[in-house]
Design a protein around this ligand. Structure first.
Ligand code: CTP
Ligand code: CA
Length: 223
């Protein structure tokens, strides 16, 4: 059956979504990473596409499949993710879900670092990665609607509000990623939606349900 226009509220809109962790090389065989699975970001990309958006998903290394109906670009590092996002502008919507590594190894080694028995290598020197969300939130080509996430283990609301302001986002989706919640890597999520119009607490939902609810929320707020 034909869909009525009302069922595709994001038709004609372009969305960029980031998802998954980034991997920051130490040497050719080792890297720094985090526990992000990409499940929430990929589900959001699929949910936006379902509402009619043309979706570009920029994904860090994940084991899950590319969502159907979405154009997916695979990257490894935060730097590569930033460049892929910038190359995807302009867009109407940006949803930055990736757990981007905050730091990378300065002067990572071209050769595998060899073990010297009894002599661990010098401590790794870290350097700050670009903040992709903040870059997009303050960009000359800023998408009309920018969504960030806030992964916290304490003071979820307060930290989320700070990120809303600092990153130039319209909404922050804040969640408690303490190991006891099982959110990081799991199939469920419990989020707080923080915006200038206040705070909305969503119940414990499947990541697919959070994605669908968020896609509808974005469509509603875009008007
Ligand atoms: N983010 C990003 N680029 C980074 C770091 C974070 O785009 N280099 C984005 C994430 O995708 C998320 C939001 O910023 O949408 C918040 O990420 P988070 O790690 O919770 O916040 P940080 O600003 O990195 O602060 P901290 O890790 O200290 O809580
Ligand atoms: Ca961070």
């Amino acid at each position: 059956a034909l869909l009525s226009p009302g069922e595709k509220p994001l038709a004609g809109k372009k969305a960029i979504v980031t998802s998954g962790p980034t991997h920051e090389p130490i040497d050719p065989v080792r890297y720094i990473a985090n526990r992000s699975s990409g499940k929430q970001g990929h589900a959001i990309a699929a949910a936006l596409a379902k509402l009619g958006a043309e979706v570009t998903l920029i994904s860090g290394p994940v084991v899950i499949a590319d969502p159907i109906g979405v154009t997916t670009t695979h990257v490894e590092t935060a730097d590569q993710m930033l460049h892929a996002v910038l190359n995807s502008l302009p867009a109407d919507i940006a949803v930055m879900v990736a757990a981007v590594a905050d730091w990378r190894v300065a002067g990572s080694s071209d050769q595998k670092i060899k073990k010297q028995p009894g002599e661990p290598p010098a401590p790794l020197q870290l350097t700050e990665n670009p903040d992709i969300l903040k870059t997009i939130g303050h960009h000359a080509l800023r998408p009309r609607f920018v969504v960030g996430f806030a992964a916290e283990t304490q003071n979820v609301e307060q930290n989320g509000r700070r990120k809303l302001e600092a990153k130039g986002a319209d909404i922050i989706v804040a969640n408690d990623v303490s190991p006891a919640t099982g959110i990081m890597g799991g199939d469920r999520n419990r989020v707080k939606i923080i915006s200038s119009s206040g705070l909305e607490e969503w119940p414990d939902l499947g990541k697919d349900e959070v994605a669908e609810k968020l896609a509808h929320e974005i469509a509603r707020r875009l008007g």
